[in-house]
Write a protein that binds this ligand. Sequence first.
Ligand code: NDP
Ligand code: 8X3
Length: 252
Amino acid sequence: MEKKTVLITGATSGIGLATARAFANGHYRLVLCGRREERLKALKTELGKQTELVTLNFDVRDKEKVFDAISSLPDPLSNVDILINNAGNAHGLDPIDSGSVEDWEAMIDINVKGLLYVSKAILPQMVSRKSGHIINIGSTAGKEVYPKGNVYCASKHAVDAINQGMRLDLNAYGIRVGAVNPGLVETEFSQVRFKGDTKRAETVYQGYQALKPEDIADIILFVVTRPYHVNIADLVVMPTAQASSTIVKKQL
Ligand code: NDP
Ligand code: 8X3
């Protein structure tokens, strides 16, 4: 069977990194994206032994760089079969009246506009081939709103709407579109949210068994390996200890 090419944004850490490793084990061709060049180099060394791989260094906020990087892909990696829109983060956890405008802009620009730029750069070739699979990484924060989550939740609700809109508009081309929406996963997410405050970040995952990035990678691999007639349109996954964004059974 012809090998498939998978493009993963945010492959330098957390869910994206675990997903890159899972797909490398499956010998998919990989296009791994992120901003931290030293991590991209390390990934090339680690996974380049297992599969054909290129790395692309760009900030998803930079429209031109997104389009330049994706159009620079050599054949056969230029034909992306599976797009995993994963890059994103929360910035801050503050009430709406005191939240920082810079944090709000970062979340809207990265989680929403960045996802759109990458999709826009890839979609024409999927449409012309009438094939492809897009997986948008949403969140439970895209299904409900929690105190101080305001703009992060808004950005993930936008991902939910974009996921639905993509599925409607791309239906005519036979392109599969679905979202994977995790609850609490232990990654660098809280480090970023709390701006490097490691102690505060650690408390988010204490007293219960959080999801691991590998749990999400397994699910993504499951989603893309279903037969063509099966499209997992919208999947929510939480740790067993979590019932909602605000109810987590902790033993501290
Ligand atoms: P990490 O912080 O571990 O990973 C985030 C990834 O996104 C990194 O590879 C980072 O790479 C990349 N990224 C961030 N900003 C940019 C940018 N401006 N341009 C390009 N790449 C960027 O977090 P997670 O793995 O947890 O997060 C991955 C996705 O999962 C996000 O969309 C997040 O919202 C979502 N999610 C996470 C949950 C959790 O509890 N952890 C739960 C639900 C959803 P680099 O810094 O090198 O650019
Ligand atoms: C990440 C999960 O609950 O921190 O999207 O928003 S949460």
